[in-house]
Design a protein around this ligand. Sequence first.
Ligand code: SIN
Ligand code: CO
Length: 411
Amino acid sequence: MTSFYLSTPHQPPKPPKKLPLELPWALFGGISPQQFMKQYWHKKPLLVRGAIPAFALAKQNDEYLESPISYSELIQLSEKEELESRLIQSKPWRFSHGPFTKKRIPKLGDSNWTLLFQGMEAHHPAAATILSWFRFIPDARLDDLMISIAGIGGGAGPHFDSYDVFLIQMSGRRQWRISEQKDLSLNPKLPLKILQSFQSEQEWVLEPGDMLYLPPHIAHDGIALDSGCQTWSVGFRSPSFKELLQEGLWRLAESLEDIPNLDQRFADPKQNATANPDQLPEELIKRLHEEVSKLQLNQVNRFLPGITAYLSEPKPNAFFTGPVPSLSPKSFLNKLAKQALIPSPQTRILSFRKQVFCNGEEVTKDQPNNVVAAWETLSANRSLTAKTLKNVDKSSLYEAYLAGWLIFEKR
Ligand code: SIN
Ligand code: CO
């Protein structure tokens, strides 16, 4: 790191309300998100020099931009229970899960270690801002922002991921080597996923502000060249069809509670004396056939609300704390007229058509029209200011505020 420059933390700008999907972005090296999706997404790697131009601009003015989050802030976070952190040490490979006491963490000047912090958007507004620039990809696919900090030589080792990733260099330099090799077998003797044999095909040194996009299954190895090297990874998720269908099916099963007719019991006045008492009765099969047809289980629409609910579940270690003191419904409405209500950083909101799901619950179910409209706005814009809302007392909107799922934006 160049320490003789004046150093200030980079403050990532907030994206505009409506992302310009057709205009060229520096983040993608001068192509639009639309072109990026067509040419690169899920297809081939893309290296972007100066994806965040602020870093190079600062350098021209003899200034030095640092990561928005300092080394000491990150080290403090590694002691937190609610943050998913991992320590990877190489030579030899070792791996452990956080939280970590200060003593457990190698010193900045030590070599061959990296600390990885998952879900950073919930812990630092700059991480949430960086993530929000990627909202041209569906929320159902966006997972989280991971930050790694490393000593010289540190890295996760040569591996592949099953997901797309944007690797943004935020501090120090990192050498990236990548390969489209077919052999993705892992070394069974190691405690973490390291490729048995890695044959680098391309390599680059990324400087702060540079970005590398990798589609799934591209072998890669990133090695820190400077102590305090920070890489911010925008990560995605893509559940298997098994997972989606299982989750959709059991939620559909739960929703049968709402169909009173199904409480009716099977009756068999037409049952004959049977010579095969061990067999499931034909009459029962016939009646079940009728009930199953009524449920239209062959219609995917029957599963989609449950699947959306599942995908809107927050991460397992998410925590929410309600406001103390909380506002009365009346004061809540007064504040909402002036200040934006936004999802707390760990809240997930997803919509299936007009149904809105927040943190696994269908929040538009049995709600008055104005509350439904408020949720639709929150889902689309991740922000709501409303001057005309009324009677929110028992509404899902006010409840979500009391639960800490929705918070007022700090000004
Ligand atoms: C990192 O070391 O910051 C990135 C981890 C990865 O390669 O996915
Ligand atoms: Co990776």
